[in-house]
Design a binder for this molecule. Structure first.
Ligand SMILES: *Cc1c(COP(=O)(O)O)cnc(C)c1O
Length: 299
């Protein structure tokens, strides 16, 4: 399939829910067809178009052993006729995420954590280029200038009457596009899934927008990236029971938890027209359940 045809979502459902007394809507990017779901669909689009235009035959990217980005790259590459290579952090392991990537033909290459730290170093990437037959390289998490052009297009699926749009921060590419592409009356509320306040400056740099009609909350990370507490798992379970919307514990669960806390703290009004962006990540739930013995739903 051509890249253009693959990255043309037919529709993205918007679902109305009620939770803890708040009625709001969820943009179900997790429902985008063909498996490469969620925000990664938008982040990959212009990278893949560039790779096709320049005649690349294969695509290489980086990630941890549970990376949604790695899986989305594998699925998209297969659909668009590219070979794909995943450079994975840490010792060789097998889990549902990596099995899915392999199923879509991705060649996995494990490197230790120390080596992995060089992933953006030009000497290291030029070594990878030679070794893997001159691939098009997409950074870890998929955030670059082209990704942000793509994530700004999430607004094609957001009706203008929403004035508060919420999404999570991992590397910032999704929020940067949402901020770049929004209308003046819209405010973007980001929830960071990482520990630390440095993420605010990072997002500021990615958006080069000084208007500050966006906010990034940094207190809902539950200990840091991929860290969790029973309270988060309980929240995800209850949210699913009440709304039938599955959330993952790495990204969307923390985003939704943060949004609900802001509502409870009266920082959000029931007069706001709220749209929470469900950025996907449901493939990661199987691995989380397997590792920690939970039974969270992924559908
Ligand atoms: C990758 C990912 C994010 C983070 O997006 P960034 O653009 O890196 O901030 C959020 N949600 C899900 C489900 C993801 O897989």
């Amino acid at each position: 399939m051509s890249v253009k045809n693959f990255f043309a979502p037919e529709e993205v459902p918007i679902q109305r829910v009620q939770f803890a007394g708040l009625i709001f809507d969820i943009l179900r990017l997790d429902k985008i067809h063909r498996g490469a779901s969620g925000n990664k669909f938008f982040k990959l689009k212009y990278n893949f178009l560039e790779a096709e235009l320049k005649g690349f035959k294969n695509i290489l990217t980086f990630g941890g052993a549970f990376s949604n980005h790695v899986v989305a790259t594998a699925i998209s590459a297969k659909a668009c006729g590219f070979e794909s290579i995943g450079v994975i952090r840490g010792e060789e392991v097998s889990n549902p995420t990596l099995n899915l990537a392999k199923k879509y033909g991705m060649e996995l290459h494990f490197i230790n954590r120390e080596e992995y730290r060089n992933k953006d170093n030009p000497d290291f990437t030029s070594m990878l280029k030679t070794r893997f037959n001159e691939p098009y390289i997409i950074p870890e998490g998929g955030t670059n200038d082209k990704a942000i052009v793509g994530t700004a297009e999430i607004h094609d699926f957001i009706p203008k009457h929403y004035n508060l749009i919420s999404a999570c921060f991992g590397t910032g590419g999704t929020l940067a596009g949402l901020i770049q592409g929004k209308s003046e009356h819209q405010k973007v509320l980001g929830i960071s899934v990482l520990k630390g306040d440095w993420v605010k400056e990072e997002l500021s740099n990615l958006t080069n927008n000084n208007r500050h009609d966006w906010e990034l909350m940094t207190q809902y990370h539950f200990g840091g990236y991929a860290k969790w507490k029973p309270e988060l798992v309980d929240f995800i379970t209850e949210f699913y029971e009440k709304t039938a919307v599955p959330l993952d514990p790495i990204y969307t669960g923390k985003m939704m938890y943060g949004l609900m806390m802001e509502w409870k703290k009266d920082n959000i009004s029931s007069d706001d027209h709220i749209l929470a962006v469900h950025s996907g990540g449901l493939q990661g739930i199987a691995g989380f359940n397997e590792r920690f013995g939970f039974d969270l739903s992924s559908r």
